[in-house]
Design a binder for this molecule. Structure first.
Ligand SMILES: [Zn+2]
Length: 230
């Protein structure tokens, strides 16, 4: 498989975003090991791209199990995700990588750098964010994004989503940058409040749904520059 589907962008000291046609994964290297967050659509040889950037042992974590985040999982031996994602992940067919749990509050220690796992159900039942407190950055998966967020279908809950955003709001004073998987990069912590407001308005029926730009069984609800497919 070619690796030309990927665009690698340095985003700081030993940190990269790897862009793949509308989804991005992140790679962070510590003194002892590296963290790969998500594996994209699966259209190329992600493992080779990562191997060119870091020679450290790699921990692979999925922010959630939607197929645009797990596409290259089978190129790796072991994948961490929250156990509330296992049922969703099981729907995606055969896989070779071992699946292992991460829990809310777990600390992923890379050596000189660490990420805390924060469970933020809503977009999916076991969505997580990864919080690098020292560097004031949050890797948020699809849950905090300026691109419209998928909220229709199985495993998704607007009520849980709003509760999770409120939890992130409590730490937003300790965040400078949020790294989303889709859309503009990076985004600021003020987006959390915007999404809380927009989600509440959509749930109350206060936003008119329009036809989405692609064929999905949902409508698009946009308000204040953010939105949802629901
Ligand atoms: Zn996604």
């Amino acid at each position: 498989m070619a690796d030309t589907v990927y665009e690698v962008v340095n985003i700081g000291d030993k940190s990269w975003r790897i862009e793949e046609n509308g989804v991005r994964v992140f790679l962070f290297e510590g003194a002892d090991q590296s963290l790969l967050v998500d594996t994209g659509f699966g259209s190329g040889d992600l493992k080779s791209v990562v191997a060119k950037l870091t020679q450290k042992p790699i921990i692979v974590v999925n922010t959630h199990a939607d197929s645009d985040h797990t596409g290259c999982n089978n190129q790796f031996d072991k994948i961490y995700m929250h156990p509330a994602e296992f049922a969703h992940y099981d729907e995606q067919g055969p896989r070779s990588a071992e699946t292992a749990p991460v829990q809310d509050g777990d600390i992923l220690k890379l050596g000189g750098r660490e990420f805390e796992v924060i469970l933020i159900p809503g977009h999916t039942a076991g969505s997580i964010a990864l919080f690098d407190r020292e560097n004031r950055l949050l890797v948020a998966g699809d849950s905090v994004s300026a691109a419209p967020i998928f909220m229709f279908g199985a495993f998704r809950s607007f009520q849980a989503y709003i509760a999770s955003l409120n939890r992130l709001s409590e730490i937003s004073g300790n965040i400078d940058s949020i790294y989303p998987s889709h859309g503009p990069f990076p985004v600021g912590p003020e987006l959390i409040e915007k999404l809380i407001g927009a989600a509440g308005l959509v749930m109350k029926g206060g936003v008119e749904g329009v036809s989405p730009p692609f064929d999905i069984p949902a409508k698009m609800y946009m308000t204040g520059g953010v939105g949802f497919f629901y």
